[in-house]
Write a protein of this length. Structure first.
Length: 257
């Protein structure tokens, strides 16, 4: 069992970088940004559970820009240290997640801003997990902003993103189990017993946002997915021992580290 410490990352020196990283989602690649973005290394607001022996530490980059259609000013989780190739994979994947949000909602003008939930969620001995939550608002502003959620999980053994297909050899069996676990856990959340059932149907889209933590698979639902906007963003954690029989055996030790 790993020993974790709570880490507050100090403010780093400011740097400028251009462009955006490529997507690491095997089914989608981030497009080239319309304008050069400005980024500076920032301290991380959320605390991070970190395995002291992992060799990685949490930081973040503030990315700002204006495509003419989208204005954005977003804190993107990043890591430093450890294996440079693994750190680069994680960092580029987080930047690609932001780029996907910038490229979304074709034809609409909108803004993207940071939310405090974003951060490097877990640094394990064999895994990195990061959460990006932004605030989408129509331009000019609408009734209320809408949070957008994205997650990144990277296997530090090989530097590759861990996808649902990586985790579950029989993807549908895995999705069925995630649906069952969500139905069991959601009544204990703000969504309550009357949660929106369509939001946990066993589809890839419904379970695309998740984090690897020592306790289990932390599933993050999108705004309106399992309840009205008023309940806020909802998450549940399915314990690994309730998923283990449908997981790839080699992945159990990785994601639970």
């Amino acid at each position: 069992m790993s020993i974790f410490r709570i880490l507050a990352v100090p403010l780093a020196a400011a740097v400028l970088v251009g462009g955006s990283a490529c997507s690491d989602d095997p089914d989608d690649a981030a497009s080239t940004p319309d304008v050069t973005t400005t980024a500076r290394v920032m301290s991380v607001s959320p605390t991070v559970r970190e395995d002291p022996e992992a060799g990685y530490s949490a930081t973040s980059t503030q990315v700002t820009g204006d495509t003419g259609r989208v204005r954005y000013d977003v804190t993107v989780p990043q890591v430093e240290g450890g294996d440079p190739a693994v750190a680069a994979e994680f960092n580029e994947s987080m930047r690609a997640a932001l780029q996907d949000q910038i490229d979304g909602a074709s034809g609409e003008r909108f803004t993207l801003d940071s939310r405090t939930e974003s951060g490097v969620a877990h640094i394990g001995s064999r895994v990195l997990s990061g959460l990006l939550v932004t605030s989408w608002n129509a331009d000019p502003p609408g009734a209320h902003p809408t949070p957008l959620v994205a997650t990144v999980v990277v296997d530090t053994d090989n530097g590759r993103p861990i996808t649902l297909n990586t985790l579950f050899p029989d993807l549908q069996a895995g999705l069925d189990r995630l649906s069952e676990e969500s139905a069991r856990l959601l009544p204990g959340t703000a969504a309550g017993a009357e949660f929106e059932r369509s939001g946990i149907e066993p589809t890839r889209q419904n379970f695309s946002n998740w984090l690897a933590t020592p306790e289990g698979m932390e599933i993050h639902f999108s705004d309106y997915q399992v309840g009205p906007h008023a309940v806020g963003l909802v998450e549940v954690t399915a314990p690994w021992d309730r998923l283990q029989d449908v997981m790839a055996p080699a992945m159990v030790g990785v994601v639970s580290s």
